[in-house]
Design a protein around this ligand. Structure first.
Ligand code: CMP
Length: 139
């Protein structure tokens, strides 16, 4: 399996609870490298654009309100098979279903306020990385 890159967000619920360092420590402890990182506060329009694939879902409005409600940390993670590994580290979308030791089990409050986001496939990783970072910001 080749080295991959994936896109990760530490969501507003987690930044509000001072969990940025703890979450990054999970990635680094797994040997995952952070090749880009910044703290941002998305406008509602930016959140709508990022989650456009969910625009027909009943939770879309709530999701965009939440993602623009406070600062996030957006990151590009790099490592062997990192797209799948990051999803395993995060755990199930709904923290009630997440395995012990996963980020969402440890830190998420609900399916909406679920602490972290991670790309689900190479194609979405490329789109999501390009949404927030340009080539000069990836190291
Ligand atoms: P994320 O991995 O960022 O991708 C889409 C997000 O939509 C997901 O995490 C959840 O936070 C959110 N989401 C999914 N299903 C629901 C739901 N039923 N109610 C509220 N938010 C949801």
């Amino acid at each position: 399996m080749a080295i991959q890159r994936t896109f990760s967000i530490i969501k507003p619920d987690a930044t509000k609870k001072n969990l940025i360092g703890k979450i990054i420590a999970h990635f680094e402890a797994e040997g995952i490298r952070i090749c880009a990182m910044k703290k941002i506060h998305m406008t509602r329009g930016q959140a709508e654009g990022f989650y456009a694939v969910h625009s027909e879902r009943p939770f879309f409005g709530e999701l965009c309100d939440f993602m623009s409600s406070g600062p996030c940390v957006v990151m590009v993670l790099e490592g062997e098979n990192v797209i799948l590994r990051n999803r395993e580290i995060m755990g199930a979308t709904n923290p009630a279903d997440a395995a012990e030791g996963t980020l969402r089990k440890l830190y998420a409050d609900s399916i909406g306020n679920n602490a972290v986001h991670g790309s689900d496939a190479p194609e979405t990783a490329a789109v999501e990385i390009n949404y927030f970072f340009n080539a000069f910001e990836l190291h």
